[in-house]
Design a protein around this ligand. Structure first.
Ligand code: NAD
Length: 260
């Protein structure tokens, strides 16, 4: 058991990648906080996990862009379990549009969810990790932390920004036993990606099949989507890594789409 009794908060874990990480962590003995904007889905998810792993999953409703909700949510976790060992800042959305048509409100919403969300959740967790002298922060980046694609100005900007935040957390956190990493997945078939397929087809003037085959998977070595389980395995590696050797690093998980 790599995470026996560790208290792990995963934001955006009522769906997709975050849910797979929550499942993987709990299977390794973790206590899991399903922190999500969607309260009903978070509660259903936590109840499902609790049925298999009694007493090991709770739901916390939280909009990661709200300072008050994040601070209140982290306080709930401390009240329930008294410590925080791992934060996975994963909640995210996608809005695609060419820059000249990108609404300023959408730009601000994207930066708020991806960057403010990572900052606020990290800031709320660090004092508890520092007091314990240990902890791991895992930020959900993307291949778009390293590479650009048309229509994704805000997403690419925000995901690049997470690399910088991670490096600062790693440098500040080391003295307190806290590590930080970024996971950079390629395309993973989740609701976030399914929503984009018709939107990109419309914007680019191509079929949905071409969006999948050329835009999303065209640069991979095998034409395959990355899976939620692939990403969860890397999240487990970073959460449980036994030394500072990897702190500050990011890892691309993309079937060879982006190599470095
Ligand atoms: P998803 O849509 O399946 O899940 C996202 C979850 O985040 C949902 O449960 C949603 O309710 C929650 N959420 C949205 N806004 C929130 C907010 N303000 N506060 C709290 N929770 C909020 O998406 P996913 O594909 O699993 O994406 C998860 C993360 O992975 C995102 O950061 C995304 O950018 C990143 N990512 C996804 C892919 C992919 O191909 N799916 C690739 C690279 C990176």
């Amino acid at each position: 058991m790599k995470l026996q009794d560790k208290v792990c908060i995963v934001t955006g874990s009522a769906s997709g990648i975050g849910l797979a990480i929550a499942r993987r962590y709990i299977s390794e003995g973790a206590r899991i906080v399903i922190a999500d904007l969607n309260k009903a889905a978070a509660e259903t998810t936590a109840a499902e996990l609790d049925a298999t792993y009694p007493g090991r999953a709770i739901a916390v409703a939280m909009d990661v862009t709200s300072e008050e909700e994040v601070n209140a949510g982290i306080a709930e976790v401390i009240a329930a379990w008294g410590r925080i060992d791992v934060l996975v800042s994963n909640a995210g959305v996608q809005i695609v549009n060419p820059i000249e048509h990108y609404a300023f409100a959408d730009w601000k919403k994207m930066l708020a969810i991806h960057l403010d969300g990572a900052f606020l959740t990290t800031r709320a967790c660090l004092p508890h990790m520092y007091a314990q002298g240990s902890g791991a922060i895992v930020l959900m980046g993307s291949v778009h932390s390293k590479e650009a694609s048309p229509l994704k100005s805000a997403y690419v900007t925000a995901k690049h920004g997470l690399l910088g935040l991670c490096r600062v957390i790693a440098k500040e956190g080391a003295a307190h036993g806290v590590r930080a990493n970024v996971i950079c997945p390629g395309f993973v078939r989740t609701p976030l990606v399914d929503k984009q397929i018709p939107e990109q087809a419309k914007e680019l003037g191509i079929s949905e099949e071409e969006v999948v085959r050329k835009v999303m998977l065209g640069q991979t070595v095998d034409g395959e989507f990355t899976t939620v389980e692939d990403v969860a395995e890397v999240a487990l590696l970073f959460a449980g890594f036994g030394s500072n050797a990897l702190t500050g690093q990011s890892l691309v998980v993309s079937h060879g789409w982006f190599m470095e």
